[in-house]
Design a protein around this ligand. Structure first.
Ligand code: COA
Length: 372
């Protein structure tokens, strides 16, 4: 039976607090020129005290449900590496707060590849007939993992959430997830890690070193792997469905670093305009970066129905993956509002990303608030 997973709704949300390069330069040995030239980042959003990944996920999920025109799904998959607590997963609570009832809900941890893995999981639930509709969320509050004194990580990451609703459909229709490629290499898990807080460190019974509780990465090795793996994965996915890489209209890469995005496009012989990018305004938002880039692309008109789209992620694990689809016509995530009231509204080309309202619970079926 033809049980393709089709993208039926899209939403995104970032917390209101803007952190500029100059603000970071006031407390770290760095400066705006270095950050812009080495990463392409001008500013990022960080959660405020007490705000969590779950709060971001609820807001993005609500917008995606609105965009899909539904208030029910059969499963929720949340990609995150910054759960609200180490145990339990964050997805069940997000599901309850969205009023979605006692449906299956679980987290997927694949760091910056998380959203691609979560989409693959959602598509699998649909293919098996376990679900007809799945909410897939990518959300991270990575600022909570960053060492206050580490200039090489603190400048890169931002917080946010993005979500899509997948519904059952057929492989030939716009929005259907088609080619897919996933991979991992655990022999290089030390390139991106938080050393403490897991069973390996806790079973030692030794006092935990403060620096081990923070995120670390080996920047140059990560850079090289990210370029190689994403380019290879995009090629593989395109070839599985008979596309030449040069036929891709929109390449939506994990927003790791503007130079990484440009290098992948070069390897694939794609013009820079093919890249959707909001890293300048949001930084690297980990599992949220791909759906937020999609939301921004739709809002600015850079991503249009009929485009041949490939999404590709790379992250800790190491993990990587990509997915292809023809972009569908979607209902905007915002029900109404002023001309500038839209879900993304902030690609690097078009100006500041809108601030969001404070996250709040709203009962099932209620309209989401405007994004700002
Ligand atoms: N401001 C100023 N200098 C900085 C800095 C900052 N924020 N961060 C690092 N530096 C310094 C380093 O300390 C180093 O100084 P040294 O030569 O005196 O030791 C110098 O800049 C060069 O460091 P290097 O790591 O070679 O810089 P880079 O050009 O590779 O850029 C990253 C660093 C982190 C921006 C880059 O490696 C990167 O983006 N890597 C991938 C990150 C990523 O995508 N992570 C997420 C995984 S999905």
């Amino acid at each position: 039976m033809d049980r393709a997973a089709v993208v039926a709704g899209l939403g995104g949300w970032v917390p209101p607090t803007v952190v500029t390069n100059d603000q970071l330069a006031a407390v770290l040995d760095t400066d705006d020129a270095w950050i812009r030239s080495r990463t392409g980042i001008q500013e990022r959003r960080w959660v405020s005290p007490g705000q969590s990944t779950g709060d971001l996920a609820v807001e993005a999920g609500r917008r995606a449900l609105w965009s899909a025109g539904t208030d029910s799904v059969d499963a929720v998959v949340l990609a995150t590496s910054t759960p609200d607590r180490p145990c339990p997963g964050t997805a069940p609570e997000v599901t309850s707060r969205l009023g979605l009832g006692p449906v299956p809900a679980f987290d997927v941890a694949a760091v910056c590849t998380g959203f691609v893995y979560a989409l693959a999981t959602g598509a699998g639930l649909i293919a098996l007939g376990t679900a007809d509709r799945v909410l897939v969320v990518g959300a991270d509050a990575f600022s909570t993992l960053l060492s206050p004194s580490d200039r090489s990580t603190r400048v890169i990451f931002g917080d946010g959430a993005g979500a899509v609703v997948l519904r059952t459909g057929s492989y030939g229709e716009p929005g259907a997830l088609r080619g897919m490629n996933l991979g991992s290499d655990g022999s290089r898990s030390d390139l991106i890690e938080v050393p403490a807080g897991g069973s390996r460190e806790r079973s030692t019974g030794l006092p935990v070193k403060a620096e081990d509780t923070y995120f670390t990465m080996q920047g140059q090795a990560v850079f090289a792997e990210a370029v190689r793996r994403m380019a290879e994965s995009v090629r593989e996915t395109a070839s599985r469905i008979g596309w030449q890489p040069t036929e891709i209209d929109s390449l939506v890469l994990h927003q790791a670093n503007a130079r990484i995005l440009a290098a992948v496009a070069r390897r694939l012989a794609l013009p820079r305009e093919t890249l959707l990018s909001n890293i300048g305004r949001l930084g690297n938002t980990v599992a949220a970066s791909i759906p937020l880039a999609l939301a921004d692309g739709v809002a600015t008109g850079e991503l249009r129905p009929g485009h041949r789209v490939v999404l590709a992620g790379f992250g800790g694990g190491l993990t990587w993956g990509s997915l292809a689809l023809e972009w569908p016509q979607l209902r905007p995530a915002e029900p109404e509002g002023p001309a500038d009231s839209r879900v993304g509204a902030g690609s690097d080309a078009t100006g500041p990303y809108p601030a969001g309202p404070a996250p709040s619970h709203s009962p099932r079926g209620q309209r989401p608030p405007a994004n700002f």
